[in-house]
Design a protein around this ligand. Structure first.
Ligand SMILES: Cc1cc2nc3c(=O)[nH]c(=O)nc-3n(C[C@H](O)[C@H](O)[C@H](O)COP(=O)(O)O)c2cc1C
Length: 302
């Protein structure tokens, strides 16, 4: 399983190019690193800048170092032209170059008119790709962009995304569930400088929280004095003492789905634990300030 995957998203010049925006958004929401690779024809449909903005990357980033180090290449939409080039090993743009340089799984989501899809040349190309282990998702039957009904419509981004997650060793089995994990060692102050604590690092709880998040759960991590950074994308509630941990756990067990409180933060993919701690103590209210003051007092062993 890959914790933060580097995913190359190839976009080619089909009418479904706009759907790649949603696909990129889904990967980013899951905290994966996305590198958009856009053919010149795709730019006739959606500007490359849109994909870069959604992927939170600068268009001036050099994509070449990523071509050989990615965990997954997904091409959506894949035109008949690009399917043919992939089948025959052509390499005349970033997408086709990536397909030759990349050694991991490749997902191709074709999108074309039913006539193009059913053409023997396209079908032969598709068979070549399948024979080489390339995963094809779709195309589906439906109304295509040109108003024709038949097989050729690109699968929905959610379907392509789900297949990609499977290939990355992730799944959506906890989607719609809320998971609460407690982690770390609480410290009970004896006086201003001493405390009773334990040696828990919080590593196991953090691993459990990360795994639940990967499987699509909404995760709250009630954390006491973690020795390891919390995972990205979880709601972090810092509770230095056992009493406060119990309070927070009770409060969250009865809370409606999706709500967060002022005493928690959601961990972004790029924020370090120390930055998070700084942000929390400066943004919390009176209770938070007295908590951090007490933590300052009780942090050092005698
Ligand atoms: C308006 C319009 C829509 C198109 N839609 C598709 C499409 O859905 N699928 C496809 O295979 N080609 C489609 N094409 C043709 C491709 O853009 C063309 O084959 C192009 O060379 C593809 O280049 P690329 O594969 O390098 O991106 C369309 C062309 C135009 C002008």
């Amino acid at each position: 399983m890959v914790s933060v995957a580097r995913v190359l998203v190839g976009v080619t010049g089909g009418i479904a190019a706009y759907k790649a925006c949603e696909l990129i958004r889904l990967f980013v929401k899951r905290d994966h690193e996305v590198v958009p690779l856009v053919t010149p024809s795709a730019e006739d449909f959606v500007r490359a800048q849109t994909f870069f903005a959604l992927a939170r990357r600068s268009p001036s980033d050099d994509p070449y170092p990523h071509l050989e180090r990615a965990d997954l290449l997904v091409i959506a939409p894949a035109t008949a032209n690009t399917v043919a080039k992939l089948a025959h090993g052509l390499s005349d743009n970033l997408v086709t170059e990536a397909a030759l340089a990349h050694r991991g799984p490749i997902v191709v989501a074709p999108s074309m008119s039913p006539r193009m899809w059913s053409h023997p040349a396209t079908q032969a190309n598709v068979e070549l790709l399948r024979g080489r282990g390339v995963e094809l998702v779709g195309p589906d039957e439906g109304d295509t962009g040109e108003g024709e009904w038949g097989v050729g419509r690109m699968s929905e981004p959610e379907t392509i995304f789900a297949r990609c997650l499977d290939l990355l060793g992730e799944s959506e089995t906890l989607r719609g569930k809320r998971v609460l994990v407690t982690a770390g060692g609480t410290r009970e102050p004896l006086d201003a400088v001493r405390f009773l604590g334990n040696r828990s690092s919080g590593r196991m709880g953090v691993a459990l929280a990360a795994e639940a998040r990967k499987r699509g759960a909404e995760v709250t991590l009630v954390a006491a004095n973690l020795a390891v950074p919390p995972p990205a994308g979880v709601e972090l509630v810092e509770t230095p003492t056992a009493g406060r941990a119990a309070l927070r756990v009770r409060a969250r067990s009865s809370r409606p789905r999706g709500s967060t409180s002022s005493s928690s933060t959601t961990c972004p993919a790029t924020t370090s634990a120390s930055t998070r701690r700084r942000t929390r103590s400066s943004s919390s209210g009176r209770t938070g300030s007295s908590e951090s003051a007490r933590r300052r007092k009780t942090r050092s062993p005698p």
